[in-house]
Design a protein. Structure first.
Length: 120
């Protein structure tokens, strides 16, 4: 699912398209809010889930497209691998090598990745 209209935020529409069986959610966006507890869309998602008693859903947030980097299929798989890892990175970046915060996800060539059983 993807958000087509960010503001005004619609809890109703977000909850309507959220699968009932969801256990984990990765929220990725192009906005980077340094110094904040999270990016705007991520914060709206976790607030909505908490407000409606859906705290059992694990949510991670990250940023893509920094420095005009493309969001490739390899980037998508890196996000899924992070989401399904035992200790997922929170507030990650994908597509760039962030050597300052060390939050970048490892992008490998598609053929060298193992796709977890949960997402096949």
């Amino acid at each position: 699912m993807y958000v087509r209209l960010f503001r005004p935020w619609s809890e109703k529409h977000f909850l309507e398209v959220l699968p009932k069986t969801i256990r984990k959610l990765a929220v990725i966006e192009r906005t980077l809010e340094s110094g904040s507890s999270g990016n705007p869309l991520y914060l709206d998602c976790i607030q909505t889930l908490a407000k409606h008693g859906l705290r059992h859903i694990s949510v991670i947030g990250g940023t893509f497209g920094l420095a005009s980097k493309a969001f490739t299929p390899e980037s998508v798989i890196a996000v899924y691998e992070n989401l399904f890892s035992n200790n997922p990175k929170q507030c990650f970046t994908v597509g760039i090598n962030d050597d300052v915060t060390h939050t970048s996800l490892d992008i490998k060539p598609l053929k060298k990745r193992l796709i977890p059983e949960e997402i096949k």
